[in-house]
Design a protein around this ligand. Structure first.
Ligand SMILES: CC(C)(COP(=O)(O)OP(=O)(O)OC[C@H]1O[C@@H](n2cnc3c(N)ncnc32)[C@H](O)[C@@H]1OP(=O)(O)O)[C@@H](O)C(=O)NCCC(=O)NCCS
Length: 332
């Protein structure tokens, strides 16, 4: 049995198609609680780096037959001592050493790039079953930040009752909603809130620096979402006295299936906490989504287990646990 690993050029459609095919074959096996992502979306994962990072893509062959794929992400500005890795093996080719060979190849490259920390993530059922987590444990990774995934049926959210509950707390703030790109006048505020995410949201033991409060980071995210075929729904709260956006949330509607969305960032500026703005922005966004995209029914959210405030808000909206994820960390 021979295992050979080779890099591939993400501009090469045939090689990329092999990698995407493996990821889409693995998805219903590893994450039965989630929809299988579209080829467009999975391709974008390989093809679209964020600002100031490199993405290196690999295919693994088992006795000449393509059996696995790997992605090595190398941040080149902040987090220059860190690498992120993803390894996926076709379900029919597992337990024959392909995963380990891909992992060892990627970490050797990361080490040669001067990286000392490597991060990865796996998904688990609520009972803790996960081939990925068994693999990470075997390879000596540390369970740095566990998170729970929750699913919401938008049709069941008592939006009007919740809106009435938060209304008395919202004096001095005005809700704003929009779909698509962040308006130019507000992009600096949104970049600031985005930059606070890694500072404010609990991330367990993960050593990872947040992004710069730079509008270009936001514009690059928007390009990435556009390339994935996603539609973005935002809600924010404007602080009347300063005109600044001080709370923000976003839902990403998938290109396929359109009935699913991911809850992305929700953040309230620390100076403006305690006014129910977190719940209020989410309610406004749900109202927007129900009106503009009635086909979007299921919203999935990830929260670090220790993020008790966000979890309380999500539980009030009706999000219910359906799976888990773990961020793993190792020293090279
Ligand atoms: C995790 C994954 C990459 C492993 O691929 P693989 O080719 O089966 O892995 P290997 O054969 O190299 O296994 C290496 C070791 O991991 C552990 N392991 C792998 N799968 C396991 C399982 N189902 N149960 C228990 N241990 C497992 C074992 O210790 C194994 O060594 P052994 O076979 O000598 O006992 C594959 O199951 C997969 O693609 N899962 C979904 C994606 C994922 O979670 N990736 C990992 C995070 S990036």
């Amino acid at each position: 049995m021979t295992i050979a690993i080779s890099p591939f050029d993400v501009a090469d459609d045939a090689s990329l198609g092999e990698a995407v095919g493996i990821m889409r074959a693995a998805s219903p096996v590893d994450d039965p609680e989630l929809p299988t992502l579209s080829a467009l979306r999975v391709s974008a994962r390989f093809r679209n780096p964020q600002v100031n990072e490199r993405r290196l893509a690999f295919l693994a062959r088992l006795d000449g037959v393509i059996a696995g794929t790997g992605l090595l992400i190398l941040p080149d500005e902040v987090n220059r001592d860190t690498a992120m890795i993803e390894v996926v093996v076709r379900p029919s080719s597992r337990r024959r050493g392909v995963g380990r060979a891909l992992h060892d190849h990627l970490t050797a490259l990361a080490r040669a790039e001067g990286r000392v920390t490597v991060l990865g993530h796996t998904t688990e059922s609520l009972s803790g079953d996960s081939v990925g987590s068994s693999f990470a444990e075997t390879l000596g990774y540390h369970r740095a930040s566990p998170a729970i995934g929750r699913l919401l049926d938008l049709e069941q959210v008592p939006v009007e009752a919740l809106r009435a509950r938060v209304a008395p707390h919202l004096g001095g703030y005005t809700p704003v909603v929009w779909s698509g790109e962040v308006p130019e006048a507000d992009v600096a505020d949104i970049a600031y809130l985005n930059g606070r995410l890694m500072v404010d949201a609990p991330t367990g033991d993960i050593e990872y620096e947040g992004e710069k409060p730079d509008p270009e980071v936001i514009r690059n995210y928007e390009r990435t979402y556009r390339d994935k075929g996603s539609t973005l729904f935002h809600a924010a709260m404007r602080h009347d006295a300063t005109g600044r956006l001080v709370a923000w949330t976003m839902i990403e509607q998938l290109d396929e299936p359109r009935s699913w969305g991911w809850q992305q960032i929700t953040l309230v500026d620390p100076e403006h906490r305690g006014h129910r703005l977190g719940l209020a922005v989410k309610i406004e966004n749900h109202l927007q989504v129900r009106e503009s995209a009635p086909e979007l029914r299921w919203v999935h959210a990830w929260n670090a287990a220790e993020n008790t405030y966000m979890i309380a808000i999500n539980e009030a909206l009706g999000f219910r646990p359906n799976m888990a994820t773990v961020h793993w960390q190792a020293r090279l």
